[in-house]
Design a protein around this ligand. Structure first.
Ligand code: FAD
Length: 309
């Protein structure tokens, strides 16, 4: 219910235009978004690096409607990569395929994605493909599958709430391209597509995570980024990693900017690779709405900013 409301708000243009004008909403959103410019994103990346935490830079944007907008988004990513190279920074990049024109055409999007991946390879970094709503899952995996064998500097997100993810993970392991960011899933999906109950999503998460950490998957090149703030799951992962003697170069932990900083720092201090997803840009509204949908308490945070304003 709660998530459905905010995911539907995230797609509402009238609300977007209104809400983005209210300063107190930006005040609240800025807990989760580094700022509106690339320089804001880079500042956040540097602050994290000082704490021993690595970054994933995400230029916010999704569902662009015109080819010109998709090309502009691609060029922005290329410019960001040049800037990173000049500064000697190597955060990963996160991209949403609908930002690079997936709604316009699959081949068009593939061309844009390939340009970003190639430049990232030159600069020595990795492109992580976010997973959007289930309307895009098949096309996203198809594009990943086409490019991943040629470009080892790519990863893709898999959502544990989708029933299909078990088969998708198996297939990627078999194909030797299971370089996966495992998340629970942030969109609103119908019950014939995704587990409606949280406990089933959590169980699916653990099952997929264990599969990707298994010796058999690792022998086929599997790498898992455990992208969650769920402490119970993280503790479970740590137990399995110790039991199964999983080497440190087979996994990492990932979290979102502004969420569970204590846990981010604590894992990094224990010597684990921790990477934080740092979004920046003017298109912060849908991203922020999804964060509100994940946690009712976040809405009180917005209200507190309103009262202070
Ligand atoms: C690095 C990273 C990349 C991601 N990429 C994608 C993607 O490509 N596609 C996709 O669909 N989803 C993505 N997600 C979002 C993910 O699917 C979940 O919606 C989100 O992480 C919340 O779930 P959780 O695993 O933290 O578990 P939950 O069980 O939802 O939360 C566990 C605990 O985390 C904290 N927490 C969780 N969410 C919030 C919040 N919004 N505000 C404050 N505290 C919170 C709370 O303490 C909560 O008790 C990504 C998440 C991460 C960490």
């Amino acid at each position: 219910m709660w998530r459905a409301l905010f995911v539907s708000l995230s797609r509402n243009r009238t609300m977007k235009e209104r809400v983005m004008r209210w300063g107190f909403v930006w005040q609240a959103a800025s807990r989760f978004v580094a700022g509106e410019t690339l320089e804001d994103g880079l500042r956040a990346i540097r602050e994290l690096e000082a704490l021993g935490i690595r970054g994933i830079l995400d230029h916010l944007g999704e569902n662009v409607e015109s080819p010109a907008d998709a090309v502009r988004a691609t060029e922005d990513y290329l410019l960001a990569l040049d800037r990173l190279a000049a500064l000697g920074l190597r955060p990963h990049l996160a991209v949403k395929l609908t930002h690079l024109g997936l709604d316009i055409g699959e081949e068009f999007c593939e061309g844009n994605l390939q340009r970003v991946i190639e430049r990232a390879a030159q600069v020595g970094t990795v492109v992580e493909i976010d997973m959007e709503s289930s309307a895009y899952t098949e096309r996203t995996l198809r594009l990943y599958r086409r490019l991943a064998p040629r470009y080892p500097n790519t990863r893709v997100a898999i959502q544990a709430y989708l029933y299909r993810s078990r088969e998708d993970v198996e297939r990627l392991i078999e194909e030797g391209i299971a370089r996966i960011r495992l998340c629970k899933g942030a969109y609103q999906e119908p019950p014939h597509i995704a587990y409606p109950r949280k406990r089933d999503v959590d169980a699916s998460y653990v099952q997929l995570m264990e599969r990707l950490l298994s010796a058999e998957a690792r022998a086929r090149g599997a790498y898992v980024a455990i992208a969650t703030h769920d402490e119970r799951i993280i503790q479970h992962a740590l137990r399995r990693i110790a039991e199964w003697e999983v080497p440190r170069d087979a996994f990492e932990f990932q979290m979102l900017y502004g969420i569970r900083r204590d846990l981010q720092v604590s894992l990094a201090r224990q010597g684990y690779t921790v990477r934080v997803y740092v979004p920046y840009g003017t298109e912060w509204y849908p991203y922020f709405m999804r964060r509100l949908g994940e946690r009712p308490a976040n809405v009180w945070f917005v209200v507190r900013n309103l009262l202070r304003a």
